[in-house]
Structure formats: C-alpha cells, structure tokens
Design a protein around this ligand. Structure first.
Ligand code: 5RP
Ligand code: CA
Ligand code: CA
Ligand code: ZN
Ligand code: ZN
Length: 222
C-alpha cells in the first residue's frame, strides 16, 4: 500500500490520506507541488473543497527564513496586543498549527484562479528544488492566496498532521518535499467527507486511499 502510494506521488498523482479518528478525522488529497497544474487545482477545488495549502519541508523553511504564523504573532503582539490574545492554544485536535504566511507568485494577477494558484505552488517547489532561497522575496509576495504550511522540525517525530505526513511521504518518494494538501469535504452534511465516501472516490478515480498511521509507523521505524 505504502509503496504504491509513493509510486503514485512520483507519478504526480493524488493520494488520499486519512489522518486518524483521534485527530481531525479528515481525508486530504495530497500531491507533490512540482506536479501541480491548473487541472489539479481545479480538482482540489471541485472534488475536495477544503483549503488548498502548500506544505514546505522545515529544512527549506529554515533556508527561506519562513516562520510559523504563531511566531510572527508572538513578535508582533508587542505593537498589536490583540495578536497575543488570539494565540491558538485551544485547537481541539492538536497542540500546534502549521500555518505560516499566505503567498502569491509575483507573476500572478489576482492569485486565486486555477492558473494563478498552480503557478504559485509550482514555482515554490521549483525554487526550493533549485535551492534558490534568496529568490523568495523576489519571486513571491505576501499576503496571497496559497496558504503556506511549515512542517514541524523532524516532521512526524514532532507533529503528526497532514502537513508532516505529506512531507514525509515526499521525502520517502524522493520528490521535492514541497507538497499540496486539501481536505475532502461533504457538501451534503456540511462535515468532512466520511472515510467510506473518500474510499469510494478513490476507487472511482483510480487513486490510493491510505491511513496516515501507516506512514507514521514506517517513518518512525528507524
Ligand atoms: C489546513 C489544515 C489541514 O488540516 C491540513 O491537512 C494541514 O493541517 P494539519 O497538518 O493540521 O493536518 O488545517 O487546511
Ligand atoms: Ca489542521
Ligand atoms: Ca483580491
Ligand atoms: Zn489536516
Ligand atoms: Zn483540516
């Protein structure tokens, strides 16, 4: 199962990743950022419907100087005290959020179209892959329309969200560890899509549905 999923990621295909009933209990569509085009953004928008986020490996984040949003708020609260009061210390399913800043590539127009978001996502992977970290500010502006997520240091050893699961998958697959995740929603119930429905979607579209715990187990093995 894991091998097949890694192969799918190498081929630029989506993998459906369920985290855990004790966590969000959500299935995200995940894909390598380097493979994302307008078609993939449209698929996530139409078939998943959650937030389209770009996860960045912590080592890339260090090189880019890209902080967690909570670290920015911590510094900025000196001038804007409300930011200190907005601390996300009551997330019901995790201790920490992986949100960083939002960005658009500077060659986008509004930033929200499928073409624009694909460009932002794709160029982020390309810049990291080519280790052109000094180009970050030259190539991107913030705020924008793609949510950047910073993977926890040492990934799954420190946090076990879709952010880290997808980046660990990226590492294991040997693709550029910049990934895109989007939660699968259920338009009828107003809730996250059930596991059964996500599995049906996977079958209908020839995709792999996976339990994130398999990834976590394998990653923490050695
Ligand atoms: C951004 C989210 C999603 O849950 C996404 O899966 C990444 O977060 P996490 O690492 O917490 O699972 O909150 O829409
Ligand atoms: Ca989350
Ligand atoms: Ca606007
Ligand atoms: Zn998640
Ligand atoms: Zn979520």
């Amino acid at each position: 199962m894991l091998k097949k999923a890694l192969k799918a990621l190498q081929n630029g295909e989506f993998v459906l990743m369920y985290d855990d009933e004790k966590r969000e209990s959500e299935t995200d569509m995940i894909i390598g950022a380097e493979f994302v085009g307008a078609k993939e953004v449209a698929t996530m928008r139409n078939d998943a419907g959650g937030l389209i986020c770009c996860c960045i490996h912590p080592e890339y984040c260090d090189s880019l100087g890209l902080p967690f949003m909570t670290d920015i708020m911590d510094v900025a609260k000196e001038k804007y005290p409300i930011l200190g009061k907005l601390t996300p210390n009551d997330i019901p399913y995790d201790e920490r959020s992986s949100f960083s800043v939002w960005a658009n590539h500077r060659k986008t127009f509004t930033g929200i179209t499928d073409n624009d978001r694909a460009l932002t996502i794709n160029k982020m992977a390309q810049m990291c892959k080519e280790e052109r970290f000094d180009d970050f500010g030259k190539e991107f502006r913030s705020p924008g329309h793609v949510s950047l997520l910073r993977g926890a240091d040492n990934l799954l050893k420190n946090r076990q969200g879709h952010t880290e699961i997808s980046l660990a998958m990226g590492e294991m697959a040997g693709i550029t560890p910049v990934t895109v995740v989007c939660e699968m929603m259920d338009g009828n119930t107003g809730e996250a899509r059930s596991v059964a429905d996500a599995e049906d979607y996977a079958e209908e579209h020839g995709l792999i549905f996976m339990d994130g715990n398999i990834v976590i187990e394998e990653y923490l093995k050695d």
